[in-house]
Design a protein around this ligand. Structure first.
Ligand code: ZN
Length: 288
């Protein structure tokens, strides 16, 4: 199946009260692990690519080439969207040109009027080309220079303004943050989420920073209109842990254990297990 945009899978998810996972990719192993798990579980999936990861993988065209070829060679039949994560205005344009099926334009750091104008322009381009587009209102916290922010809450009226531009999905800060949550994190603001959903109706809402949010909060967020959940750090943590265990056990020094296909295998399996766990919690299993 060729790449699809995220509109249909998220509309179904919102109506069916489950969420589709966006799992960020970093290389071939990541991509393979996520695609195979989605196929095994018959789950729709969104592959997220940050601008940094895009650069690391030698540019957006390389990413499109790898992902589309892998879908074909692995006989992946479930819907797969290839999505730019936290794109800049320029990055969004490059991904559109390279063949991504979905983009996020993160204009949250612009004044609302400028975020509005740039989002509007990109919505028009995406509509013309049949791509889906995610916008963000209220910045999502995270670690910056060693300081972990507690996560802002978006203004529901601003959310409605951006939603009305015709975006496919909307990321709104509800106290969520990227990376690992600090111990004194007060939790998600369901009051804000409820107010945003009341203003934006059928619009699929996106929860960023899925790593370490307790499962019961995830389920409550889905019940309140979240239809896409981004997972990134969690896959990185389990990959690193499994790779470290392999090295610390001295397996790279046994026989041909230094072969990269062996060395990277435990980490790849760990990503598969994590993606499976998430798809089960999100309720997307069997929804492809
Ligand atoms: Zn994010």
């Amino acid at each position: 199946m060729p790449l699809v945009n995220a509109k249909e899978m998220l509309t179904k998810a919102k109506a069916g009260h489950y969420a589709v996972g966006q799992f960020n990719i970093n290389n071939l192993e990541w991509t393979k692990a996520i695609l195979l798990t989605a196929e095994e579980l018959k789950s729709p999936v969104i592959l997220g690519v940050s601008e940094g990861a895009g650069k690391y993988m030698c540019g957006y065209k390389t990413v499109v080439g790898m992902v589309t070829a892998m879908i074909e060679e692995l006989n992946i039949t479930v819907p797969v969207a290839l999505h730019l994560d936290h794109g800049s205005y320029e990055g969004a344009k490059k991904c559109i040109e390279a063949g991504f099926s979905s983009i996020m334009f993160d204009g949250s750091h612009y004044p609302i009027e400028e975020n509005f104008a740039k989002t509007k322009e990109l919505v028009e381009t995406c509509n013309k080309l049949g791509l889906s587009i995610e916008a963000e209102v209220g910045s999502i916290g995270g670690e910056e220079d060693g300081v972990v922010g507690m996560g802002e809450c978006a203004d529901p009226d601003e959310c409605k303004m951006i939603a009305d531009l015709g975006v496919t999905m909307l990321a709104a800060g509800i106290g969520n943050i990227h990376g690992v949550y600090p111990e004194n994190w007060p939790g998600l603001s369901f009051e804000t989420l409820d107010a945003i959903q009341a203003k934006t109706g059928d619009m699929p809402l996106v929860l960023h920073g899925g790593t370490g949010i307790p499962d019961d909060m995830i389920k409550k967020a889905i019940a309140l209109g979240v239809s896409k959940i981004n997972v990134n750090t969690e896959c990185q943590l389990v990959f690193a842990e499994a790779t470290r265990a392999y090295i610390e056990a001295g397996k790279d020094k046994q026989g041909k254990g230094f072969d990269p296909r062996k060395l990277l295998a435990p980490g790849t399996e760990a990503i598969k297990a994590k993606v499976k766990e998430k798809m089960e919690i999100f309720g997307s299993v069997g929804k492809a």
